[in-house]
Design a protein around this ligand. Structure first.
Ligand code: FE2
Length: 224
């Protein structure tokens, strides 16, 4: 017979209970669906994908799955607060959602900090394991071969940026992390998805290059 102490020791540590995570999910999903027209790129389809993959990566790297799952659910609420903003712009709404869900204040601070830590523009080689799991999931969404085909134009519409601005952002933010070898932190993600990441980055480099050709620019102006 297992005594409770040995059971507790064999369980992975979870700082956030299932009921709180479900509450956060319900709230974020409702907000995404209510404002779906403002979130053609960062809507529930994105949040749900990042949540599912972040949980998978957290299970692989031994980080706190409950914290990673919660962070994934609230990582992009900044787009509900301000168009084309950084993760930090969503801190107030993020903390309010976490408080309503009964997440303890110190754990909510942890979640909010790791969302910033995992952001593509800020991340570095030595971020925490929880931030690594979130980053890998969010980065994978960007690197999916289908993203430039079916979602890039939605990003332009959502954030009010030009194709040139998006190409410069992607190449500017992703080139160095790719070259320095921490595009993905998880060895399993790197093995499975690095080819996609390389192709995606090359595609966006080529898009950026093509926009310097005045004939291409006239073509794009003509198609609107
Ligand atoms: Fe995201």
């Amino acid at each position: 017979m297992l005594v409770s102490g040995s059971t507790a020791l064999s369980e992975p540590v979870r700082a956030i209970g299932r009921a709180s995570i479900d509450h956060v999910e319900h709230r974020v999903r409702a907000l995404c669906e209510r404002y779906a027209r403002r979130l053609p790129f960062h809507g529930w389809h994105h949040v749900g994908f990042v949540r599912d993959k972040a949980v998978e990566f957290a299970g692989l790297n031994g980080s706190d799955v409950s914290v990673v799952e919660t962070a994934a659910l609230v990582h992009d609420v900044n787009y509900l607060v301000r168009r084309n903003s950084e993760a930090a712009a969503g801190s107030g709404l993020r903390m309010a959602i976490l408080a309503d869900a009964g997440v303890p204040a110190d754990v909510a601070d942890w979640v909010d900090a790791l969302v910033d830590e995992a952001e593509m523009a800020n991340r570095h080689r030595h971020i925490s394991l929880e931030a690594q799991a979130l980053s890998d999931a969010d980065t994978l969404f960007k690197a999916l071969p289908v993203t430039p085909v079916v979602l890039a134009h939605k990003y332009l519409a959502e954030n009010g940026v030009s194709l040139r601005e998006l190409a410069e952002k992607i190449v500017g933010e992703q080139r160095d992390v790719h070259a320095e070898g921490f595009y993905f932190y998880s060895p399993a993600a790197a093995r499975a998805y690095s080819r996609w990441a390389t192709a995606n980055l090359e595609l966006w480099s080529c898009i950026k290059e093509s926009l310097d050709d005045p004939t291409v620019e006239r073509l794009l102006t003509a198609v609107g």
